[in-house]
Ligand binder design. Structure first.
Ligand code: NAD
Length: 481
């Protein structure tokens, strides 16, 4: 890629090319080629970012909501204008087809708009007093303080945007540490906020090895809030660290979304939606529909039609061919994870109906894969695959399907298809997840909260919750003097 940016950090209003802790390679997952060198922050550079966020907090937290809105609104407009160029970098860094990259960026602009508007909209409340001596009981939402934002690679614009816009709208300053493989996307995103007028020190960008960087930033007394999106295992580690230092923590973690397809569903519509959504972003989506629980009456047809769609998907380098349906996995680790899931199938542990293999050549490509009837104890049914693998299981009674759906400790997204209104309502209530989609597979919009329960984390991003997550609740009780 000829226009890949020179990678930099952004600390206290300065773009910094030299990481004092050396550099790391950035690899295009579709070709295996090294496309950039990313600077790694030293402890001293992390301290400089912490100091900048701390120093800038007093000023930024006192700006009016209207001022913060105006800057965020400009940032959203710049992101819209720059979407075509930023999308090329997203595709080169993590392998998403161009149309999906553009879609991610344009929906991110709406997130920035909404959270910016929250800065103007979100007041506190007055609670009636119990006696005449008290004049007022006022509840306000105060910015928490400097926030550390740790984001993964699968949505390298949308996931940082939710955190940056929530933090800045609420009056917090922030340090973003994006995934090691998508630093260029993060840089171009931060540039939009900087060019929109975010003052020096309010937003900082650092890179490096995630373990030491996150430990350093979380342990600092400057940090008041930690927001992390990534795996459950890492989320638990970071949560423990945040608790040790008494920091507010929002974890958005893994999922293993069930989809119940009732005999009352519109089968053609359900298959078409499920098969196309499953392989979006090569299945590397925390809310990706993955465990398909299908009524026995329609099971054979569902498996055959789903597998037919999967086997016809065009897989290839999305940087070279914009018509591909599915690109590579984001890095080599994901290929090894897919192979382990497929190796565990076979015999009574599930039949690989289509796919199941690495695609030879350079880059990290894996076939769209469908496993029929994986057993309850199979690797597929118990571990989040986070890749292009779907499993389809027949059920007899709808309550059995709900039991299977709710059997894991994950609880991020869950879905159901049913044309029977009572059953659709029942499924919406009975599925245990932070977000439930009924007769459709979208559980995210700028205005609505996004988050899970159980091993999928707690708290929400997006919606008014995404603003309040960066605030402390404060009560002022005012009496006559
Ligand atoms: P990984 O755990 O190695 O890395 C995932 C992300 O976590 C990366 O962005 C990485 O920078 C970050 N990370 C890792 N260790 C960290 C630490 N100690 N401190 C701070 N950040 C850290 O896994 P992977 O193979 O890259 O991705 C697959 C796994 O990650 C899956 O299990 C999936 O659940 C999870 N994941 C989840 C999401 C999500 O949207 N919830 C997104 C991407 C990855």
């Amino acid at each position: 890629m000829t226009d890949y940016p020179t990678l930099k950090m952004f600390i206290n209003g300065d773009w910094i090319e030299a990481g004092e802790a050396g550099t790391m390679d950035v690899v295009n997952p579709a070709t295996g080629a090294v496309i950039g060198q990313c600077p790694k922050a030293s402890p001293a550079q992390l301290d400089a970012a912490l100091k900048a966020a701390d120093d800038a907090f007093a000023g930024w937290s006192r700006t009016s909501g209207a001022e913060r809105y105006a800057i965020l609104r400009r940032a959203a407009d710049l992101l819209r204008e720059r979407a075509p160029a930023i999308a090329r970098v997203v595709t080169a860094e993590m392998g998403k087809p161009r149309a999906q990259a553009i879609g991610e960026i344009t929906s991110s602009c709406d997130v920035v708009d909404f959270l910016g508007e929250e800065a103007k909209r979100r007041g506190g409340r007055l609670i009636p007093t119990r006696g005449a001596a008290l004049i007022a009981q006022m509840v306000t939402h105060e910015p928490i303080g400097p926030a550390v934002l740790l984001t993964p690679w699968n949505f390298p614009i949308n996931l940082p945007v939710k955190k940056i816009a929530g933090a800045l709208a609420a009056g917090c300053t922030a340090i973003l540490k994006p995934a090691e493989n998508t630093p260029g996307s993060a840089q171009l995103l931060v540039e939009c906020f900087v060019d929109a007028g975010v003052p020096k020190g309010v937003l900082n960008l650092v890179h490096g090895d995630p373990g030491p960087v996150s430990e350093h930033l979380i342990a600092s007394p400057v940090t008041r809030k930690v927001s992390f999106t990534g795996s459950t295992a890492v989320g638990k580690q970071l949560g423990a660290l945040a608790a040790t230092h008494m920091k507010r923590f929002t974890p958005e973690l893994g999922g293993h979304a069930p989809v119940i397809v009732s005999k009352h569903a519109d089968l053609d519509r359900a298959v078409a939606m499920c098969a196309s959504t499953k392989f979006r972003n090569a299945g590397q989506v925390c809310v990706s529909p993955t465990r398909f629980l299908v009524a026995r009456e329609i099971y054979d047809r569902f498996v055959a039609e789903f597998a037919a769609v999967a086997s016809k998907l065009k897989v290839g380098d999305p940087g070279a061919d914009e018509s591909v349906d599915m690109g590579p996995l984001a890095h080599g680790r994901r290929i090894a994870a897919m192979e382990q899931v497929v190796a565990d199938a076979g015999g009574n542990r599930g039949e690989v109906v289509t796919g199941g293999s690495v695609i030879a050549g350079s880059g990290f490509f894996f076939e769209p894969t469908v496993i029929a009837n994986p057993s309850p104890d199979s690797r597929f049914m118990t571990e989040e695959p986070f890749g292009p693998i779907a499993g389809i299981v027949p059920f007899d009674a709808i309550e059995d399907a709900v039991g299977i759906a709710n059997s894991l400790r994950y609880g991020l997204a869950a879905y159901a298809f049913s044309g029977d209104l009572d059953e659709a309502h029942y499924l919406g209530r009975a599925l245990r997840a932070g977000m439930v989609g009924v007769n459709q597979l979208i559980v995210s919009s700028p205005e609505t909260p996004f988050g899970g329960i159980g091993d999928s984390g707690f708290g929400s991003e997006g919606g008014e919750e995404g603003y309040l997550a960066f605030t402390d609740t404060k009560l002022v009780m005012l009496a006559k003097s």
